[in-house]
Design a protein around this ligand. Structure first.
Ligand SMILES: [Fe+2]
Length: 391
């Protein structure tokens, strides 16, 4: 039996922002609280949403005390602000962090307890109520946060998540125009994050024919457009295709799951505060260098979707070529390719491995099981920049 879950409604297309007032009317929303980070306010992106709401005479307030890779404290403050307002609808707009806090706040509004009580690894309580209805609007391509039920929070040494179907958006709104001015480094890190979602979903032990279709199309779209979107950001066609690829990757990984790359990236985010997309990007080739022998056929499909001409290659060569293609994408987008370039210290690798093996929820979806020593080896390869590529 296969199951596929997604938000009930996804609106997508250039300029679709103008349809939001109609959606709010469907929910009888009288007062909206918007969660938006300072970056999108300064970039003038929030004002596009505000203009639409003002034209439709929708009353709203803004919570902008948001930081990247948010700690639990941010979640607590967001819930508090929501409870002190008279809002009856939540809009999250921004990158993954803003959307994550918005969906968690909307649900925790209707439940007793602190955000930490509901964490996947260390929490002790289950969410019972849906809280307020919510709309999620991504401004990067992307985290896929608009179509998942996951909220990620940073802890002292690692990250943990609140995950429950109650966190799913009532409406996800994908307007690629919001991504047209995203600067190169963020385009690169969020784009490689989206690519990571797709390739990890494709090799996941929980993959289904439906998640596979979405993942392969996402890999095609992202691998063909990410370089142009990074280095020629005003190229609208590339931006539109990246937005669409990110959405497909999000739907795919929400159902099939991500695994080793995200599991090993989380301690890097926790200990070194490396942004999510960049911590995934630096680990991506090294994790796939470890995992490819366990999923050869799927790796050859990925090689094809990544644009490798594998017609004259053996299955083994094609699988390895997919690892190389992933490395080339990370390199071409300008993201540092080794852990030392992020300031990671070699003596911390055992601690990183100790934290990495704790991410059981993620690691159990990997087609190749990990021991703590395997994780140590993968971090070490990423530290020294050494891909074995089957040699
Ligand atoms: Fe991610």
């Amino acid at each position: 039996m296969h199951q596929f879950v997604s938000p009930i409604k996804i609106l997508s297309g250039e300029g679709v922002l103008k349809n939001i007032p109609q959606e709010l009317q469907n929910f009888n929303a009288g007062n909206v609280m918007i969660f938006a980070d300072p970056g999108i306010i300064q970039a003038g992106i929030l004002s596009k949403l505000e203009d639409v709401l003002k034209d439709a005479k929708v009353s709203y307030s803004i919570f902008s005390d948001l930081v990247p890779e948010p700690p639990l404290e941010t979640g607590r403050e967001a819930v508090q602000a929501l409870k002190e307002s008279n809002a009856d609808f939540v809009i999250g707009i921004g990158g993954g962090s803003s959307l994550d806090v918005a969906k968690a706040a909307a649900v925790l509004y209707g439940n007793e307890g602190e955000p930490g009580d509901f964490l996947n690894l260390t929490g002790s309580r289950e969410l019972e109520n849906k809280g307020l209805p919510k709309m999620l609007i991504p401004t990067t391509s992307g985290t896929g946060a608009e179509v998942t039920d996951i909220s990620v929070f940073s802890l002292e040494k690692t990250k943990d998540v609140i995950t429950d179907p109650l966190l799913l958006a009532d409406v996800a709104v994908l307007d690629p125009e919001l991504t047209y001015t995203v600067p190169p480094r963020i385009t690169a890190s969020t784009g490689v994050d989206a690519l990571t979602h797709a390739v990890e979903a494709y090799i996941s032990v929980n993959a289904t024919p439906l998640t596979d279709s979405l993942a392969l199309e996402a890999v095609r779209l992202i691998s063909r457009n990410i370089r142009t979107a990074v280095w020629h950001g005003s190229h609208e066609e590339s931006r539109n295709k990246m937005a669409w690829g990110s959405l497909l990757a999000g739907l795919s990984f929400y159902n099939a799951g991500v695994s080793g790359v995200h599991a090993l990236a989380y301690p890097l985010g926790g200990l070194y505060k490396i942004p999510h997309g960049e911590s995934n990007a630096v680990m991506l080739p090294y994790v796939f260098d470890f995992v490819w022998p366990s999923c050869m056929e799927k790796m050859t499909d990925l090689a094809d979707a990544l644009g490798v001409d594998a017609s004259l290659l053996s299955t083994r060569e094609a699988a390895v070529s997919a690892v190389q293609a992933l490395q080339e994408i990370v390199r071409d987008t300008g993201i540092p390719q080794t852990l030392d370039r992020f300031g990671v210290k070699e003596e911390d690798i055992p601690l990183l491995a100790e934290e990495g093996i704790k991410q059981k929820r993620l690691l159990q979806r990997s087609p190749r099981p990990y021991s703590q020593n395997d994780i140590f080896q993968v971090y070490q390869a990423a530290y020294f920049g050494e891909l074995s590529l089957g040699k």
